[in-house]
Design a protein around this ligand. Structure first.
Ligand SMILES: C[S@@+](CC[C@H](N)C(=O)[O-])C[C@H]1O[C@@H](n2cnc3c(N)ncnc32)[C@H](O)[C@@H]1O
Length: 228
């Protein structure tokens, strides 16, 4: 059984245990002929969960994309950032480096010549609306039907980008079904075409998420976000 606490000990980041277990279990099911894409790696917390899932599952390859210079909120807080070496050391120490190909670049550049079939995309890069929308538009066509898209920090308006992009998709898209909320992650499955029942479920999920987001927001104000 995957031990999140042990696997990510001393690895800075914001991913919660429930989110880590979700990534582990979803990555474990990805078929060997498909790949996993992570947008936004930071110091490797989520990559370690994906890597362990792949290792215990079908050994699907993971592309971990990050320019490793941080997002604007990190640059403001930590000034000059270079997380690449620490990321490499952390995935190495966790014993999953073999399954992960680090791509030191932006999601936009990495998508350009990317030819693999993707079964799982974890979107946790730049949280601005136009960047999250771009991440979705660039990577959605590369995801196979039945594949999963998961957005971190999407459960309330504190991070407007992931919240709004997922809300608009859930309200309007005919290509997604079975949304789920795992702490701050909103995820759903890509389909060729969803049914009227799926679209109703998507809207119902949004109402549930809006209510849960209010509770989450107050928890955030009270306890803050664990970081670094
Ligand atoms: C919230 S952190 C990721 C946390 C990581 N998933 C974890 O579990 O610890 C966001 C990361 O996105 C990266 N980033 C910012 N803009 C990006 C872009 N356009 N493409 C890919 N990554 C980006 C930053 O460098 C930063 O490391």
């Amino acid at each position: 059984m995957f031990d999140f606490k042990k696997a990510t000990e001393n690895v800075g980041g914001w991913l919660t245990r429930a989110e880590g277990l979700f990534l582990y279990n979803t990555a474990k099911k990805v078929k060997a002929e498909n790949v996993i894409v992570e947008i936004g790696s930071w110091k490797g917390r989520s990559a370690i969960c994906l890597g362990n899932g792949s290792k215990d599952g079908n050994k699907a390859k993971i592309f971990a994309i990050d320019p490793h210079v941080g997002s604007p909120e990190h640059q403001k807080r930590f000034r000059k950032i270079d997380t690449f070496e620490e990321f490499r050391q952390n995935i190495d120490r966790a014993g999953v480096a073999h399954y992960i190909e680090p791509v030191r670049d932006t999601s936009e550049n990495a998508a350009e010549n990317f030819k693999h079939q993707v079964e799982l995309v974890f979107i946790d890069g730049h949280h601005g609306y136009k960047f999250v929308k771009l991440d979705f538009n660039l990577w959605f066509p590369k995801v196979v039907n039945g594949g999963i898209l998961a957005f971190h920090d999407s459960w309330h308006l504190h991070f407007a980008g992931p919240y709004l992009v997922t809300a608009i998709l859930l309200l309007t898209s005919s290509r997604i079904k079975n949304p789920q909320l795992v702490d701050t992650i909103t995820c759903f499955e890509k389909v060729e075409k969803n049914s009227a029942v799926h679209r109703l479920e998507n809207i119902g999920f949004l109402i549930y998420r809006a209510l849960f987001g209010i509770i989450g927001f107050f928890k955030l104000i009270l306890y803050g976000r664990k970081a670094i």
